[in-house]
Design a binder for this molecule. Structure first.
Ligand code: PAF
Length: 285
């Protein structure tokens, strides 16, 4: 596996790879876990070559968020990616990604405004801008993102459609189902912030999500199911629930009632100093 941190070298290396078949791309911020490696395996299954990026993007962190504390483990991450047969690791530094004078911002309205967008102002502008840059740098044929960050995936797909991206085309931006710990907790680089007691209590999040979905899918009212979910999280030791909502899977418009279209139940809640997010599909019969 080649590790590259200069844009001109990246462009040459990707052009060479592309001569022998399609290139799949997995953008990450490092601190890789099984969830990321699942994206890599899916990418490998669908393309001749896989490029992974590791870049802790400062513009998607708010002033009081964990940018400085965010885990950085490039050597260990490289070993994991090489073992998966990744062709190329793109690991630019902040000056390479945002040279002096950088002043462009991509803001996707609507889908990025509620939920995590409301709780983390500017976060999705930072994500959309860096992902657009990463796409333009790597020019992948297809790209893979985890469904755990469902709103992020919806924002990126909207951006790709709105800006008529071709590499990758919006239809070739793939969501990969969330990888979970044995007790159901969604894998996340932020789980390592949890104390042992918080980690144990955190399993209440997927449990409460599943219970609420079962209630909605069997005809129960949405508001009642969400209220029950919130009180289950409170009882388990979560200090607050940022949001718990049923939403259209693509536009993320909140749904007060079941509808004849794909929907997700989305939750963000805090336990100790850590904010956890999760979501699952809801099927209406
Ligand atoms: O999901 C992430 O790791 C990041 O938000 C991403 C997509 C790599 C952009 O920085």
């Amino acid at each position: 596996m080649q590790t590259i941190n200069r844009l001109d070298a990246l462009r040459r290396a990707v052009a060479e790879l592309r001569q022998n078949g399609p290139v799949a791309f997995v953008p990450t911020m490092g601190a890789l876990h099984e969830g990321h490696l699942t994206l890599v395996r899916e990418a490998k299954a669908q393309a001749a070559h896989v490029v992974v990026s590791i870049f802790v993007n400062p513009t998607q962190f708010g002033p009081n968020e964990d940018l400085d504390a965010y885990p950085r483990r490039l050597a260990e991450d490289s070993r994991l990616l090489a073992a998966e047969g990744v062709d190329l690791l793109w690991a630019p530094d902040v000056a390479e990604m945002y040279p002096a004078g950088f002043s462009t911002n991509i803001s996707v309205s609507g889908v990025s405004e509620g939920f995590c967008g409301a709780a983390r102002p500017g976060h999705f502008d930072g994500v959309a801008t860096v992902v657009n840059k990463l796409f333009n740098q790597v020019l992948p044929d297809l790209a893979f993102f985890g469904e755990k960050d469902w709103q992020q995936l919806a924002v990126i797909r909207r951006m790709a459609r709105d800006l008529d991206l071709t590499l990758p085309h919006a239809d070739r931006i793939h969501g990969v189902p969330t990888v979970r710990e044995p007790d159901g907790l969604a894998m996340s680089s932020r789980n390592q912030y949890l104390s042992p007691a918080e980690r144990e209590a955190a399993a209440a999040l997927p449990r409460a999500l599943r219970a609420a979905i079962a209630r909605i899918e069997s005809g129960g009212d949405v508001a009642g199911a969400l209220a029950e979910l919130e009180s289950a999280l409170g009882a388990a030791g979560f200090s607050s629930v940022d949001y718990a909502a049923l939403a259209d899977a693509e536009s993320l418009e909140p749904l007060a009632h079941p509808a004849e279209r794909p929907a997700r139940l989305l939750v963000a809640a805090r336990i100790g100093g850590t904010r956890l997010i999760d979501n699952m599909p809801v099927t209406f019969r």
